[in-house]
Design a protein around this ligand. Structure first.
Ligand SMILES: [Zn+2]
Length: 163
């Protein structure tokens, strides 16, 4: 199972997109559900705007004050999605979304490479500034982080759109 934090930016939520959590069998299953518009916002039922939000590592412990770590801004309205490809492992619109997520992660989070797990723990212990980070880690290391109460999301990392 894989855990994602999702964000609904439907107009009904105004300036505060509704965040909710979802468990999926794996990344591919999530992509399929998203493409099929089956990822539904529990607050407003919107499926069009329900979209993945990266949550690389937001420690749940030792969160100080009410200032949440800076997350990526709500995705800007997208231009009309190209017609969905029905064949192939990844529909164009899903790829485009993942590229968008990647761009947001890269713009708003620090890349910590394979030091991800260590950095996430430091944040959880308050030894370093809490912020969004992303990097690489093994499944087992990610699982350990979750066991320690550190929220980690794994997102499919697609090639950049300008690559
Ligand atoms: Zn909603």
């Amino acid at each position: 199972m894989i855990h994602y934090t999702l964000r609904c930016s439907a107009p009904v939520h105004g300036a505060n997109p509704h965040e909710f959590e979802g468990w999926f069998k794996d990344g591919a299953a999530f992509e399929k559900l998203l493409a099929a518009k089956l990822v539904e916002c529990p607050a407003c039922g919107d499926t069009g705007a329900g979209r993945a939000l990266m949550a690389p590592a937001i420690p749940k412990k030792n969160r100080r004050g009410r200032a949440a770590p800076e997350m990526a801004p709500a995705p800007a309205p997208e231009p009309a999605a190209p017609p969905a490809a029905t064949a192939g492992p990844m529909p164009d619109q899903v790829r485009a979304l993942l590229q968008k997520i990647r761009a947001e992660v890269e713009a708003s989070c620090d890349y910590v490479g394979d030091g991800f797990a260590e950095e996430a723990r430091k944040m959880a212990r308050g030894e370093t500034q809490t912020r969004g980070i992303y990097g690489e880690t093994s499944d087992s290391a990610a699982e350990s982080l979750r066991d320690e109460g550190i929220d980690v999301a794994r997102i499919p990392w697609v090639p950049r759109s300008d690559a």
